[in-house]
Design a protein around this ligand. Structure first.
Ligand code: ZN
Length: 285
């Protein structure tokens, strides 16, 4: 009985390993905001690129809702709607620089431009009608460099754009946020990826990651490149697969984190604490 219980708990601790990462891999990372792709997945991204596979990132929002960023980077919140759009454009430039360091070609850098802190609303009350961002004042994708500028801020439109990305990338592996992530945009983007992959009968290709994983996590809150990432409190009990980074991949991850100048201003210890010897992934629920 004891042995059986022990075997069951060992099975619960490990998710299926990631599939082989090679020249046939088409990896799609689903990032709710610029920087998430680096924090969650920089190791796997570099491994796929190095093996000759294709790496793409889809950013659901452009991170254009941070008044704190604005205050610290621009030193003002006056005229904030226009300035937040400028911040979104700046974060997209940072994302391109980080992604390029991780082996993502320009053609694989896909911005949808939906509203930061608005993804939950799009998948709920604004599924069929346009939502207006409380931050940028936009009710449609305002960024010329997005995949579909001018698309309305509705759930229907987001689902259509996400489906277009899947059709373009034809991923063999999708790394998306866990619906258990405590940031509402992350949880909502995770539910979206789950629904779209389930519709396609492709859940076996979906793995989850978490960035906002619970109070105080990752611990310690500092750059700790010799330590493995520990299990996030919000994923207690979920089977996890551990992916080990090489030293060069850890260095690459650190360089990509450092490309996010606007975010390092306010979140430096948090961002740097993801540079570890491992990344952890859940299987699709
Ligand atoms: Zn995020």
């Amino acid at each position: 009985m004891l042995l059986a219980a022990r075997a069951a708990s060992a099975a619960a601790a490990a998710a299926p390993e990631l599939p082989p990462l090679d020249a046939t891999t088409s990896l799609l990372v689903v990032a709710p905001h610029p920087d998430d792709e680096t924090l969650c997945c920089a190791g796997v991204m570099q491994r796929v690129a190095r093996a000759g596979g294709r790496v793409s990132v889809v950013w659901v929002t452009s991170g254009d809702a941070s008044l704190l960023d604005l205050l610290l980077v621009e030193r003002a919140v006056f005229g904030s709607a226009a300035k937040l759009r400028e911040l979104g454009a700046r974060r997209m430039r940072e994302a391109r620089a980080a992604a390029a360091l991780l082996g993502v070609p320009a053609g694989g850098q896909l911005f949808l431009g939906y509203p930061d802190r608005g993804v939950t609303a799009l998948l709920g009350p604004y599924h069929d009608s346009a939502f207006t961002s409380h931050y940028t004042g936009a009710a449609q994708v305002p960024y010329a460099e997005a995949l579909f500028p001018g698309h309305p801020y509705s759930g229907v439109s987001l689902e259509r754009d996400f489906a277009a990305v899947l059709a373009r990338v034809r991923p063999t592996l999708v790394l998306a946020p866990s619906p258990d992530d405590s940031h509402p945009d992350h949880a909502a983007a995770g539910r979206l990826a789950l629904a779209m992959m389930a519709q396609r009968g492709a859940l076996a290709q979906l793995r989850g990651w978490i960035v906002h994983g619970g109070e105080g996590w990752p611990s310690p809150r500092e750059l700790s490149p010799g330590l493995p990432l520990t299990r996030a409190p919000l994923l207690a009990g979920a089977p996890l697969a551990s992916f080990g980074l090489t030293l060069a991949e850890e260095d690459g991850k650190l360089a990509a984190v450092r490309a996010y100048r606007t975010q390092l201003t306010i979140l430096s210890p948090f961002l740097l604490s993801f540079v570890r010897t491992t990344e952890l992934y859940t299987a699709a629920p």
